[in-house]
Design a protein around this ligand. Structure first.
Ligand code: UDP
Ligand code: MG
Length: 337
């Protein structure tokens, strides 16, 4: 389990002691997925490039335009005239997961940071991230310390989700951790080597392992626009995660089948005994109709659960690329004069 430690003393350094001498940071890449973030880019890029220039002699910002329909593409293109700013424009909207993967694939730095474009992730945190990395951590991730004004319903859903996804495996997906994180080059390599199309990033981060340090933070308000993740999209994302990392729904279906068969057997025995001993006639029309509908429902649900997995297998088997790049602009890592 990762632990939150005071600045500069990473879990890795404490437990292994191998990183007695702090690592020197030569180059850093910052990947920013953008979907209709024109206003936010203007505000994010000046403080972000200033922060990066202080951290390493070589730095780059990799902006990924995830098929924006506003002025994001044009603004990005202007920004790429600045040294250190690169842009990758995808041919359409592929989703944040795919945009992040595109950015990671393009990033060339010794460490890679990922952050949102909407200023919810403060560039001021990068200094803390890098300090943990210098001290030996391979992954430094930010953990939300409080969830902003959420309904009890959503909180319950989130608790269930983490309970279910962490129920079985040898690794744990930490609640509250998102895509705001720093990763060493070897972690990025491991992440990109995972071949699946279903990029449930939170799960993939946890799956690759490495020495990770959590840094608590309170996300800022979104500067402009609205969140792209509606409750429905969150549920779809949770389903992606659960099917990608667990097979318990399939086992639950098996268990349910067994339980119902046992119940039916018991009831059947009772009916036979009842008939033989008391000679009761055939009746119970209601029982038949209700149980017919009940079992038909259970069967359809079970088929649906199996279908979810089959559909995902189909998606993986097609081997389509995760994203298509339309245009690449700007030059990346270079000396910061
Ligand atoms: N994003 C993206 N593609 C999408 C949706 C979102 O690249 O299809 C980007 C978005 O521009 C932002 C980040 O992902 O930089 C996080 O999105 P958002 O702020 O809407 O999510 P939230 O903060 O509510 O989780
Ligand atoms: Mg946001």
């Amino acid at each position: 389990r990762e632990s939150v430690t005071p600045l500069g003393i990473s879990a890795a350094a404490k437990t292994t002691g191998i990183e007695a001498v702090p690592r020197a940071l030569e180059s850093i890449s910052c990947v920013v997925p953008c979907y209709n973030e024109a206003e936010n880019l203007e505000r994010l890029l000046p403080p972000l490039s200033a922060a990066l220039a202080l951290l390493a002699p070589q730095w780059e910002i990799v902006l990924v335009d995830d098929g924006s329909t506003d002025a994001t593409g044009a603004r990005m293109a202007q920004w790429t005239r600045q040294p250190g700013v690169r842009a990758l424009q995808l041919s359409r909207n592929f989703g944040k997961e795919a945009a992040l993967t595109a950015g990671l694939q393009a990033a060339a730095g010794q460490v890679v940071v990922m952050m949102d474009a909407d200023l919810q992730h403060s560039p001021a945190m990068l200094d803390t991230f890098v300090r943990h990395w210098r001290a030996g951590a391979d992954v430094v991730y930010a953990v939300r310390t409080h969830r902003e004004a959420e309904s009890g319903f959503k909180r319950l859903g989130v608790r269930w989700f983490y309970g279910l996804i962490n129920g079985a495996d040898r690794f744990e997906v930490p609640p509250g951790a998102g895509d705001f994180r720093l990763m060493d080059r070897k972690v990025v390599t491991a992440l990109l080597a995972l071949p699946e199309r279903n990029r449930f990033m939170k799960g993939l981060y946890a799956w690759v392992g490495f020495e990770a340090v959590a840094v608590p933070y309170v996300p800022d308000e979104r500067a402009h626009g609205q969140s792209h993740f509606s409750p429905l999209r969150m549920i779809a994302l949770a389903l992606d995660g659960l099917t990608a990392f667990t097979v318990w729904p399939l086992r639950a279906v098996v268990a349910l089948g067994f339980a119902l068969a046992l119940l039916a057997f018991g009831y059947g025995t009772y009916l036979v005994v009842d008939y033989l001993m008391y000679g009761h006639d055939v009746n119970g029309w209601t029982t038949i109709v209700v149980s017919l509908m009940f079992f038909a429902g259970v069967q359809l649900v079970s088929l649906g659960v199996v279908g979810e997995y089959v559909g995902r297998i189909y998606g993986e088997v097609k081997q389509r690329p995760l994203y298509v790049v339309k245009r690449e602009l700007g030059r990346g890592l270079q000396e910061d004069a």
